[in-house]
Every structure is written in C-alpha cells, then in structure tokens.
Design a protein around this ligand. Structure first.
Ligand SMILES: Cc1cc2nc3c(=O)[nH]c(=O)nc-3n(C[C@H](O)[C@H](O)[C@H](O)COP(=O)(O)OP(=O)(O)OC[C@H]3O[C@@H](n4cnc5c(N)ncnc54)[C@H](O)[C@@H]3O)c2cc1C
Length: 391
C-alpha cells in the first residue's frame, strides 16, 4: 500500500495551495505529499473565474505570477440594484481578473509539480477512514495510507461526508451561462448593454426571495472574448415562494438581447461557510469549499487559496509537535484574517438578503454608497495582505 505523510484529496485551488505552502515552508515534506485528483488537467470546473486581489496577493507571496494564465481584466466592478448602484475601481490596477478555471487550475497544478509534489490524476477517492495512528484513503484504484489527510475535494466532497456523515450543510445554488459579447443590439447599460471591461453584480432578484444576485463578467474562451452570466442564491429565503432560479437570469439576459434558451445552462452547488462548520477530526483537515466558501457572494477561489496557507501552517506545526489531532484548527481559522472576513460575509448574508424590501436594497446599493465602499474596503476585501503578515 502506497504511504505518504500527507495525502491531499482534490487538486483544485485549495488542495494545490495547501501543497504549495507546505512545499515552500516545510521543503522536507514536499516529496512526502501526494495529491489525488479524480479528473485530468486541464479539467473543466464550473466557475466564473473572478479572481479578487486577495487571490493575487497569496499567489505573489508564493512567487507565482497569475498573469501567465490567459485572462481578462475588468477595470471596474458594479454592485447594482436594478442596474444602478456603486462602482468600484482600484487605483492603477484592475478591479477583478477573470480566468478560465481549466487553464488556471492546470497552471497551478504544473507550478505545484515543479516544487516536487506528486499529483496522481484520474483517481477517485471513495472513502476516508481515520485510525488512531494513520488514515486509510480508499480509491477506485486501491488503498493509500497517510499520516494526515486534507479534504480539498470541493462542495460535494467525499472527505467531509466520511468524517462528518450526519452534519447538515448550507449550500447555495448557482447557474452559469456563456454567451458571445453582444447580440449586435444597440443599447446602453440602463436599457441593457454592459460596458465591455466592467463586471456586474445586480441584486435585483432579492425582492422575489432569491437571496443573491445576477452576475455578468467579461471573459475569454480559447482567446475569444465572451461574457459569463450567472445567478447565485444562498438559499437563505428557501422557505418562501420563489421563482425558478433561471427566470430572473433569463429576464436580465433578455434586456441585453440574449435568449437564455439558446445557451447551455450549467449548475453547481457551493457549500458556504458558517462559524459552526466543522473543519477537522484527528489526522484530517478540510480546506476550501469543503470547509466553506464565502456565503455572501459565493466567492471561493481566493478563499480556497487562503485556507491552503492556514492548513499548511497547521500541518507543519503538527508534525513538528508530533501531535496530529488538529484540535485548534477551526479556532485558528476563525481568528485569522480569512476567518474574520468569512465571518463578516456570513453576517452580511444574514442581514442583506433577508431584509429583502426594495427600498432597503436601494438604500444599500445606491444611497449609502460611500459607507458601503469604506466598509467593504476595510472588512470584506484586502484580507490577503493581512494574512501575509500573520503567516
Ligand atoms: C457557477 C459558479 C461560479 C463561481 N464563480 C466564482 C468566481 O467568479 N470567483 C470565485 O472566487 N469563486 C467562484 N466560484 C466558487 C469557486 O469555484 C470555488 O469556491 C472554488 O473552486 C473552491 O476551490 P476548492 O479547491 O475548494 O474546490 P474545487 O475547485 O471544487 O476543487 C475540488 C477538486 O477535487 C476534485 N475531487 C472532487 N471529488 C474528488 C474525489 N472523490 N476524489 C478525487 N478528487 C476529487 C475535483 O475534481 C476538483 O478538482 C464559483 C462557483 C460556481 C459553482
């Protein structure tokens, strides 16, 4: 049976970030890490690919330059209610960098392998069984044995289901669609056309009990300019009467001349963070969506990279102490800049979505603009830099 010190289940941003941080900070462990990934790179991953600055800060700190990955830069982000609201720009740089996840994850996997970490692709983990002095990872290609296992296998991950079989989880529902840039219709934003380099979040579905927003980002697929559209619903208003999720998205796209029925709609849940989420048992840690993504916007790439940094520190210190219970992991995640931001976004989700009256949404997105921007700048964004100083 193949044995490694650390087996990471899942080679998305959280698993790869865990490996990259371990290889950088505890180089003697690099050759003792194994990543098991069920797909083969470059593999599809449903995601709009919006990278906030915190993702770039964490990657830079690892010595990685994400501009090597094909991308589109949005020069501003609009947070709107019914097509009007606040406009976020960042001085002298882009506000959001948009990648395709097949390309981004493939690049990150190659960077990880170049640090001496082995990735086995095309292996699906079926079961994770922790024992007192090791963990057995059962896969479709035999069993593996590890000292420590990291569950980085996403929102539907098997690791979480094995170690917390009866714990309920919060998941958001999300739909995504890719279209050409325009239908050739002439119009402006108010009547329905986006500015080419802007990314939009519009909270218009909230009064109809969809606790989330519609997004519309510039992107590229194989070098061709496209738009990525989608709708996010935390499910916080799930008990109330709601339209079908695709209805508000179809209406919004219609304003821009697109008929949703002509495009392929894809959906995937996002498991979101709550301060009560369980994150570890002895010898097994969860990271990324498996531990919980941002509940407010469903943003998870920077968060996944941040979890990787925290988990690596936890694992390195645990090996040094020779004590692998990971008892304090959740507490340390909550106390970290990442945990504080996740907590703030969790609070925001519980305040902004249930207060679903139109006047309240107008107040937040249009009237209290300066307050919202300062609050977001201080408490919702820019946590990556603070992480750097604590790691
Ligand atoms: C429609 C949509 C749009 C989104 N848009 C954005 C966005 O614009 N910006 C943003 O920041 N976030 C976005 N997110 C969230 C983001 O995609 C996730 O938060 C992020 O991918 C989490 O990374 P992860 O590494 O934890 O999990 P994942 O990226 O899901 O990676 C998990 C990996 O584990 C592998 N795996 C799963 N099960 C097994 C198994 N049994 N055995 C072996 N391997 C396994 C999978 O193949 C995968 O490679 C979006 C999500 C959705 C659904």
């Amino acid at each position: 049976m193949l044995e490694r010190d650390v087996i990471i289940i899942g080679g998305g941003p959280s698993g790869l970030s865990t490996a990259l941080h371990l290889a950088r900070d505890f180089p003697h462990l690099a050759s003792r890490i194994l990543i098991l990934e069920k797909a083969r790179y470059p593999r599809p991953k449903l995601c709009a690919g919006g990278l906030v600055i915190d993702a770039e800060v964490i990657l830079q700190r690892l010595g990685l330059d994400v501009s090597e990955v094909p991308h589109v830069d949005a020069d501003r982000i609009h947070f709107d209610f019914e097509a009007r609201g606040l406009n976020l720009r960042v001085s002298k740089r882009h506000a959001l960098r948009i990648v395709r996840r097949d390309e981004f994850d493939n690049w990150l996997a190659k960077q990880t392998e170049s640090k001496g970490v082995e990735i086995k692709e095309g292996i699906t983990v079926k079961n994770v069984v922790p024992f007192e002095d090791h963990v057995i990872v059962e896969t479709d290609q035999g069993d593996f044995r590890a000292q420590v296992v990291v569950g980085a296998d996403g929102s539907n991950g098997v690791t979480r289901r094995c170690i917390f079989p009866s714990v309920s989880v919060h998941t958001a529902r999300v739909l995504e669609v890719l279209t050409p840039v325009t239908t050739g219709m002439h119009s402006d934003r108010r009547n329905g056309i986006h500015q080419k380099q802007a990314a939009y979040f519009d909270f218009r579905p909230i009064p109809s009990n969809i606790a989330g927003y519609i997004w519309n980002f510039p992107t590229q697929v194989n070098g061709e300019a496209m738009r990525c559209w989608g709708i996010y619903d935390t499910n916080l208003l799930a008990g109330k009467k709601r339209p079908q999720l695709k209805e508000p998205l179809a209406k919004e796209m219609e304003r821009f001349g697109f008929d949703l029925e002509n495009y392929e709609i894809k959906g995937h849940p996002i498991r979101w963070f709550s301060p009560e989420n369980h994150m570890s048992v002895p010898r097994v840690l969860l990271v990324g969506d498996s531990a919980g993504a941002d509940p407010f916007l469903g943003e998870g790439i920077s968060i996944a990279l941040g979890y990787g940094a925290l988990a690596a520190r936890e694992i390195g210190a645990a090996f040094q102490r020779n004590e692998l219970s990971f008892q304090g992991y959740r507490r340390r995640v909550l106390k970290s800049p990442l945990g504080q931001v996740l907590f703030t976004r969790w609070l925001l989700a519980y305040i902004i979505y249930p207060l679903k009256w139109r006047w309240f949404q107008v107040l937040i997105w249009r009237i209290l603009k300066p307050v919202v921007i300062v609050f977001a700048w201080l408490f919702v964004l820019n946590w990556g830099k603070r992480m750097s100083s604590t790691l």
